[in-house]
Design a binder for this molecule. Structure first.
Ligand SMILES: NC(=O)c1ccc[n+]([C@@H]2O[C@H](COP(=O)([O-])OP(=O)(O)OC[C@H]3O[C@@H](n4cnc5c(N)ncnc54)[C@H](O)[C@@H]3O)[C@@H](O)[C@H]2O)c1
Length: 265
């Protein structure tokens, strides 16, 4: 744990915690003293991240959960309280991978699954976590949105629409729970170097060359740069921040670009 740890005595549940950004967020919160329940559909990946946290001297457990399933979301919040006694922070990172396709070709099942995981997931997790966070005297919820929740790109209607809705949901939940001392914010990353984004390109060079120039800063981001924002919004450093959408996108959405330049984001 770092000296003057920002999350000492706090318990955090991170969905999608077996993935790149969720894993980096779980590790950083743990290094700042939080006890972590790492939740992911890929239970083995969640277990691996929890193990890494323990090996680094932190406190973590894991659970396999599909955030589209209400009873599994309830089990996950119950598991956090059973393992660590209370719950202060929920970080909703899990998101489905949806195939690129124009609206007239996108299968309804893919559209539905994107909504079930990316939007209903944070709704269900919040539904069950809010009473626990309230009981603990307050805390924070951080929703992982996307720069594509603000500017959409062709062939990604389901993903972009779920992220736009998640940003809106965040503001509404923030208003509902403000009196309970619970702050609710979203983070909108730009293109971050993770398996999810790399899979669209054959080589690392092609990925960096093609995606880096979509950002004012001329490069893609790293999962740890998003984890820093998650920590900020989870900790007392952001005590006067609620209902906001924090862009951590290297200037992506305000960069002027030519029509068609967004292509495969
Ligand atoms: N990588 C980027 O460039 C980028 C940009 C903007 C926003 N984001 C958002 O950041 C988040 C993390 O992205 P990442 O790149 O780390 O992806 P990732 O694929 O590494 O992580 C996502 C994790 O979510 C898990 N997951 C998927 N469906 C689930 C379900 N139904 N229930 C529980 N867990 C489930 C996956 O197993 C995976 O571990 C996502 O919400 C994504 O939309 C990513």
């Amino acid at each position: 744990m770092t000296p003057n740890a920002k999350m000492e005595g706090k318990v955090a549940l991170v969905t999608g915690g077996g993935g790149a950004i969720g894993g980096a967020s779980a590790r950083l919160l743990a290094s700042e003293g939080a006890k972590i329940l790492v939740a992911d559909e890929r239970g083995e990946m969640a277990k691996k991240v929890a193990q890494e946290i323990r090996e680094a001297g932190g406190n973590a457990e894991s659970i396999a959960v599909d955030v589209a399933d209400a009873s599994q979301c309830k089990s996950a919040t119950d598991a956090a309280v059973t393992a660590f006694g209370e719950l202060h922070v929920l970080v909703n990172v899990a998101a489905a991978v949806t195939p690129d396709a124009p609206v007239d070709e996108l299968p309804l099942e893919e559209w539905d699954r994107a909504f079930a995981v990316n939007l209903t997931g944070p709704f269900l997790m919040s539904k069950f976590a809010v009473p626990e966070i309230r009981k603990a005297g307050g805390g924070a919820i951080v929703n992982m949105a996307s720069q594509l929740g603000t500017i959409g790109v062709p062939n990604r209607s389901a993903y972009c629409t779920t992220k736009a809705a998640l940003i809106h949901f965040t503001t509404i939940l923030a208003a509902e729970v403000a009196d309970d001392n619970i702050r609710v914010n979203s983070v909108s990353p730009g293109v971050i170097e993770t398996p999810r984004t790399r899979r669209r390109f054959d080589t690392a060079e092609e990925f960096h060359e093609s995606r880096g120039k979509l950002h004012m800063l001329g490069r893609v981001g790293q999962p740890e740069e998003i984890a820093n924002a998650v920590l900020f919004l989870s900790a007392e450093d952001s005590s006067f921040v609620t209902a906001t959408n924090l862009l951590v996108d290297g200037g992506y959405i305000y960069l002027k670009r030519q029509p068609g330049e967004n292509g495969k984001v």
